[in-house]
Design a protein around this ligand. Structure first.
Ligand code: UDP
Length: 413
């Protein structure tokens, strides 16, 4: 077994890797291709960076291709992305021309590979028209939508729907994100990579060093929220909850960690509101971190007794998964994918108000044993449901389902 597979087996269990191997063996002689529009930045690229090599380690002939494009193309696809999330955006006809023309250009380059592939995963709207540009395809094609398309701006969705209806299947992250399409639809929630810098185990002295760097007192309780400074993440609500809880939990400290907001005017405004709400309270630490501060975030999550993610609207909420993986119970907003992860009274608490969050903070912080037990359950829950290995298992299973057809039995070797 390769070193990478051994490393995953050490974390997820040998049985999990064996099962992946069994599924992968059904792909012998087949070519699987993933296509997206960027090799760096964003969750899709991050997951493909791990998923494709892991597939190859298992013996799957997996490839990852990235479409290229000029600025107008990306302006258009960004607008489509925003429209899928509900913004009423207009797409000028020259943007749509650039979108289609760009896909045509990429199809010229990718057609030989895509038409001979057995299974093709097209990620998000950017490369969606490729299907229509590969008329001699011999494999099955799956459209993988990572976006919350629950309330799309209809004119744009109708346009995109023309490009995605012809796929053999589509995949959404959560049931609530999906739109009706004329083919089988699957749900595959996101996952975290337990071997990434954000999630690997850290030596205690590294966690201590981060505590010291940010003036966090290890003898006093600490609650943390890691989030972009975005109103839907409700950072001011977190400060209000902290203030309410502090009356009953003397010495309580709060960290609100997020990355800089240079390219996001609203982020800057939210950060200013957060700083104003924090005032001169020395126990509130508003940390602006560089976007690649993965180990620091890892350490901060580990330095915390509890993690809070008090979103009022949320996609999946990877910060919740990350915290639970570190054995921390999570007090999470009762919304979106947080509901899939925070099981009330087991892996954390779901809340809807600062008062509710404060009550749960106080309840947990006064019972270290309970924090420990719920944290252990939280970690097991992530181990069983939200690791990269589960996501790969579901991709491989879905692929077999699509390749084999619904009526037949799938035999694994
Ligand atoms: N994150 C980060 N630095 C920050 C804030 C967030 O690296 O300052 C990471 C966080 O650890 C998580 C991701 O960004 O991996 C945020 O994903 P999530 O699904 O929680 O929220 P989103 O930002 O996608 O709404």
């Amino acid at each position: 077994m390769s070193t990478a597979l051994e490393a995953y087996a050490a974390v997820a269990g040998q049985d999990v890797i064996d099962q992946l191997g069994q599924l992968a063996s059904r792909y012998r002689g087949m070519k699987v291709v993933h296509v997206n529009s960027t090799r760096v930045g964003g969750g899709v690229a991050e997951i493909l960076h791990k998923l494709v090599p892991l597939s190859r380690q298992l013996g799957v002939d997996a490839h990852w291709e990235v479409i290229t494009g000029e600025p107008t193309f990306f302006q258009c696809t960004k607008a489509i992305h925003n429209a899928l999330q509900g913004n009423p955006v207009m797409l000028p006809s020259q943007w749509l021309e650039a979108y289609e023309e760009n896909n045509r250009r990429n199809a010229e380059r990718l057609r030989p590979l895509l038409e001979e592939a057995d299974l093709v995963f097209i990620h998000d709207p950017q490369p969606a028209p490729l299907l229509g540009l590969c008329p001699n395809r011999r494999g099955k094609w799956v459209w993988r939508c990572h976006i919350d398309a629950s309330h799309p701006y209809r004119p744009v969705w109708h346009y995109l729907r023309r490009h995605v209806s012809g796929y053999d299947a589509s995949v959404f992250s959560l049931a609530s994100f999906a739109q009706a399409l004329p083919h089988p639809e699957y749900l595959i929630p996101p996952s975290i990579d337990p071997l990434s810098e954000k999630n690997i185990d850290l030596p205690a002295d590294e966690v201590d060093a981060v505590r010291q760097r940010f003036d966090l007192d290890s003898d006093r309780p600490l609650v943390t929220q890691v989030s972009r400074f975005d109103r839907f993440k409700d950072p001011v609500g977190v400060i209000n909850a902290y203030r309410l809880a502090k009356r009953f939990v003397p010495g309580l400290q709060l960290v609100l960690a997020g990355s800089g907001a240079d390219d996001d005017p609203e982020g800057e405004a939210v950060l200013a509101e957060v700083q104003a709400a924090a005032g001169d309270d020395e126990d509130i630490h508003v940390l602006l971190l560089p976007p690649d501060a993965h180990r620091v975030i890892n350490a901060i999550q580990r330095a915390s007794d509890l993690v809070i993610q008090k979103s009022t609207r949320e996609g999946f909420g990877l910060t919740v998964t990350e915290a639970m993986w570190k054995g921390r119970p999570v007090i999470g907003g009762d919304t979106g994918g947080i509901r899939l992860q925070v099981i009330d009274f087991h892996t954390g608490f779901l809340v809807s108000t600062p008062e509710g969050a404060a009550l749960r903070m106080r309840y947990l912080l006064n019972q270290p044993r309970l924090i420990h037990d719920m944290g252990a359950k939280a970690r097991t829950f992530v181990l069983e449901n939200f690791l990269l290995t589960r996501q790969l298992r579901e991709y491989l299973t879905l692929g077999l389902g699509v390749l084999t057809g619904m009526g037949e039995r799938i035999e694994l070797g």
